[in-house]
Design a protein around this ligand. Structure first.
Ligand SMILES: Nc1ncnc2c1ncn2[C@@H]1O[C@H](COP(=O)(O)OP(=O)(O)OP(=O)(O)O)[C@@H](O)[C@H]1O
Ligand SMILES: [Mg+2]
Length: 329
């Protein structure tokens, strides 16, 4: 197991109370595996990524959660846990590549810095050669020239390639990509996804792909976890979940998935799964019973009072969903 996240709960304190952004979320990603984490806007996807990377906002509090990476466990409620976790090798690709790049340094300087941090005693010439090679591997044209350019001289897609090259050089055990292609057009999206896959193939890392797009998940991911209002409702291999969704929410997502070549919006809020009627529940007050009860088309009386366990779906070992209809009768 490359990474295992157990029982992650995160609260945000607000002037009007506490928002429970995540409740008991668990994920497992093997080495070389791509896990897609899907959910509508506000379901808590980025909060999972930020909790792992130690990038949560100041008003956030991790109330429970353990991350195990390459056999070592870290208590995420402890402030220093994520620094130690990052030391074990994690890298992140954001929707906006400029969050990973420094506008005042050349691409070459920034790539060489990644290598210098990993091996402070190495020589500069070797680092420059390795950086150029990384740019070549992510198929950025004319790597030598790019080394002397600044981020603003490149397009969005080219900048995202630079960020992938940085991740390649840092050789993480876990790569987290949070909507890495949402701001890009569809042809560039496919190229960037291919570079992420090729990075995974080269260094054998685990990848957590956070996305609104089930299309991306079914095309590129091995496994899928569905997040809804801060809770994981279903998990399994993409093939099994697609073949036999265990949760009504997952089924609805597959039913209403818009084609992959639909128009994209850079603003994530425009990308909501608006086809399912109703809104996410108020994160300050979790209703008793099933979190999806208000929007479910097959709910029955007990769904309003019993919070479902995670039940196995079908015969596939890793496939489970939190729906009372899966209770053994
Ligand atoms: N700093 C914060 N303070 C208060 N609430 C926050 C903060 N950051 C996020 N939230 C809330 O936590 C919930 C989860 O947010 P998060 O950004 O993790 O969702 P997301 O699934 O990544 O959404 P999107 O798809 O729009 O990126 C949302 O209700 C959001 O409004
Ligand atoms: Mg997000």
């Amino acid at each position: 197991m490359a990474i295992s996240l157990r029982n992650l709960s995160v609260d945000y304190s607000l002037s009007q109370g506490t928002a429970h952004a995540l409740r008991g979320v668990s994920l497992d990603i093997q080495k070389g595996e791509l896990l897609g984490l899907v959910g509508e806007s506000g379901s808590g996807k980025s909060t999972v990524a930020f909790a792992l990377m130690g990038l949560l906002a100041n008003n956030a509090k991790v109330t429970s959660g353990t991350a195990t990476i390459d056999g070592k466990s870290f208590d995420l409620t402890k402030r220093n846990a994520t620094a130690a976790l990052r030391g074990r090798g994690m890298a992140m690709i954001f929707q906006d590549p400029m969050l990973s790049l420094n506008p005042v340094f050349t691409i070459g300087t920034q790539l060489c810095e990644v290598l210098r941090r990993r091996a402070p005693n190495g020589d500069r010439k070797t680092r420059v050669a390795m950086a150029e090679d990384a740019l070549d591997k992510v198929k950025l044209s004319n790597p030598r020239r790019r080394m002397n350019q600044y981020p603003h001289e490149l397009s969005g897609g080219m900048r995202q390639r630079v960020v992938i090259a940085m991740a390649l050089l840092s050789e993480p055990a876990l790569l987290i990509a949070d909507e890495p292609t949402t701001a890009l057009d569809v042809t560039v999206e496919a190229q960037i996804m291919r570079e992420i896959i090729s990075l995974r193939d080269r260094i054998g890392c685990a990848v957590l792909l956070i996305t609104h797009s089930l299309g991306l998940v079914t095309e590129y991911c091995d496994k899928l976890s569905v997040l809804y209002a801060g809770e994981r409702l279903e998990s399994g291999t993409v093939r099994e979940v697609q073949r036999q969704p265990g949760h009504p929410y997952t089924r609805m997502l597959f039913d209403c998935e818009v084609p992959i070549d639909r128009e994209r919006h850079a603003d994530a809020s425009e990308n909501r799964f608006t086809v399912i009627s109703g809104d996410l529940p108020d994160p300050r007050r979790r209703p008793p019973g099933c979190i999806f009860n208000g929007r479910c088309d097959v709910s029955f009386d007990e769904c309003a009072t019993i919070n479902p366990d995670d039940y196995p779906v079908g015969n596939d070992a890793g496939h489970s969903a939190r729906c009372l209809r899966l209770r053994a009768s």
